[in-house]
Write a protein that binds this ligand. Structure first.
Ligand code: SAM
Length: 272
């Protein structure tokens, strides 16, 4: 484990958006989430089920993969609400790992969710940029699903490339392994746009540059040297920045959000 946590300053708007994130309201029987979609997002009652299924079509398959023993890594898990959502929906969390630079979040999340000692998931302090980190070395080639939401957009392109290469190395090198996330992107062509008041400007991707981000990892992660050469197939779905997040830089109309999925496939199955 890493160093002791520093004092954390929360922006209440940030915490509120975390707790109300769509990832928490996947389940059709989660009444608060349903109300949020119905009243806040103004999604008509008769479109709720299809809307949720459309946005979260992968979620049921991730749940069933966890039941089959798949290993899940949440990079920059923060309060780990997504791992809790999986647990709430009955998934075993024995093979779930959350990592964050700031270990103070782990304690706070147990207090918030009142589940100390209940989750089998393990949480570790780790810096994704320390590629020789013991944990990242230990889990090399063993993660079936890697979730990295609201994470890549913290960084400019060079650092995003570093993150993608590190993640590509921890992914199990076989078809079907997935990396996915939700993040800020560019409405038009990819470009560097300030997203947060502090920190470096974000490289906001298009589908083309997102595919290139993952293609760039293939060599270093040795994905073509597998018995059957592997490559990434990247898909993304655009959506508007939610109204409650359009504050400061995020009010920039050039910005949108994307849900993206990078899936390992047999290289022979792609046209490249
Ligand atoms: C914006 S939050 C995203 C939280 C969560 N994934 C979500 O979707 O709600 C970004 C998280 O990444 C963590 N983080 C930032 N830099 C990191 C690094 N170098 N290595 C690991 N975690 C990092 C932060 O501490 C924070 O918890």
């Amino acid at each position: 484990m890493g160093p002791q946590s520093q004092q954390i300053q929360f922006d209440p708007r940030y915490v509120a958006s975390l707790l109300l994130d769509e990832a928490n309201i996947v389940s059709a029987n989660f009444a608060a989430g349903r109300e949020l979609l119905r009243q806040y997002s103004k999604i008509p009652e008769n479109e709720l089920a299809s809307h949720v299924a459309d946005i979260h079509h992968l979620y049921p398959s991730i749940l069933s993969r966890l039941h089959e023993g798949a290993a899940y890594l949440d990079v920059g898990c923060c309060l780990a609400q997504d791992i809790r959502k999986l647990a709430f929906d009955g998934a075993p969390t024995t093979n779930c790992i959350g990592i964050d630079l700031e270990p103070g979040f782990f304690t706070i999340s147990e207090a918030l969710f009142r589940d100390e000692g209940c989750l089998s998931a393990r949480f570790f302090q780790a810096d994704i940029f320390q590629s020789d980190d013991t944990l990242l070395t230990d889990i090399r080639g063993s993660m079936d699903v890697v979730h990295a939401s609201s994470f890549f957009h913290l960084f400019g392109l060079p650092k995003q490339r570093q993150v993608a290469r590190t993640i590509a190395k921890v992914v199990r090198p076989q078809p079907g392994s997935l990396v996915l996330g939700l993040q800020i992107a560019a409405a038009g062509e990819a470009e560097t746009i300030p997203v947060f008041s502090e920190g470096e400007p974000t490289y906001c991707h298009s589908l083309v540059t997102m595919q290139a981000l993952w293609d760039d990892t293939v060599q270093e992660a040795g994905l073509e040297e597998q018995e059957h050469a592997l490559s990434w197939k990247v898909g993304l779905k655009k959506k508007p920045v939610p109204a409650n997040m359009r504050i400061g830089h995020l009010a920039n109309p050039k910005l949108i959000m994307v849900m993206w999925i990078a899936e390992l496939v047999l290289k022979s199955s792609t046209s490249k």
